[in-house]
Design a protein around this ligand. Sequence first.
Ligand SMILES: [Zn+2]
Length: 475
Amino acid sequence: MSLASFVVAFALSAALAQTASTDLSTAQRLARDIFQQLIEINTTDSVGDCAAAAKAMAERLKAAGFPDEDVKVLGPNPRKGNLVARLRGTGARKPILLLAHLDVVEAKREDWSFDPFKFLEQDGYYYGRGTSDDKAMAAIFIANLIRIKQEGQAGFKPDRDIIVALTADEEGGDYNGVEWLLKNHPELIEAEFGINEGGGGAIRGGKRLFNAVQASEKVYQSFLFEVKNKGGHSSRPVKDNAIYQLAAALQRLAGFDFPVNLNEVTRAYFERVSKLESGETAAAMKGVIQNPPDARSLAYLENSPAYNATMRTTCVATMLEAGHAENALPQTARATVNCRILPTETAEATRETLTKVAGDSRITITPIRQPKPSPPSPLTAEVMKPIEAVTQQMWPGVPVVPVMSTGATDSLYLRKAGIPVYGTSGIFSDIDDGRAHGKDERIGVKAFYEGQEYLYRLVKAFASANSNQRQAADK
Ligand SMILES: [Zn+2]
């Protein structure tokens, strides 16, 4: 072992030792215990039980002194319970809502290196299904709510209620908890704004890049392209063929790009990330936020699927189905085209554009299921200032970057109902090693406790007007 690698190994083992379970503070130990308990309750849609997880959390809160009327487990189905808990403040301001989902994506033992439903700490990581998506936030919210309540005995009283909702069926299933609560018990989660998954810290090559705040997301909408034909015997083909017509339309779609359309969030994203990037990427990000956007910059950024999807609506063919027999002319040809629509555009306008692009009146284009559009959440000072302040306290120099998800989260239901939601966790992870929904899902041990501290400070900042006034006065 060279001296240099010895020093690195020593530093690494010291860093790991710092976060070994024996050295945890009382608050950290509680978060870890809750985290382990949640990971080991299977909450998949197929065989899992979200209600069991919700009840386990309810028991912990009641044991910590929360009254029964402020801790509820409710749901449409015995396996799909949602927890709603409330820590009462002075009521000077409207409540804030801390949201995390309890359910997890399916995980097969044979696909993993170890049991996905057994909490495992190894080499500086916690492993298990749900460690990153989304049980870390769920565990942290419960542990922090208990901690803030205990501080009540020492005199701290939030100036607004803090509501924690842990819900079912974000990943799939028929009983989305947020949707169900909004429909059946909206008063329980009525809030000024909410915090949810969708953001988090980005690390690349061991370096902290930025702390992302998700303030917007694209709208999921699939369309069915369909061509009908009278068909006939394949030994006597005619030019009028459903498969060829559909294929030609899809080929035209392949060559088409929706127009670039930046909004408040994506503009701020490119503006801030341009300062972290270098060379051509940085220049191109500065170019696309010009009005009108610089064409060469656009052409450069389009090459990245992630940046491309941030700049425009996308529609792509994902499934095909045609014909009914090997020796017959096709009577039907169908394609599924999956769109991710910018929050400032509509599904109907997207359908009209697709109709023009398909350029063939024999092709019908119809929406598959109804879209669930949600407006971007405004980047208000009330929300962004505390996020910036806590980020600078904990990781000086690391910028806060607003992001728009190209996928969807439960924030959409709340945004649609008029409650702004911000995805922020303070949990850093490697942007090139995303394991959510995949094999050997994990979260850094240090990242978990940093996220706990971040969310603790942030929620307290959101719930104490005095500290906000002080911060404003400091500026
Ligand atoms: Zn999730």
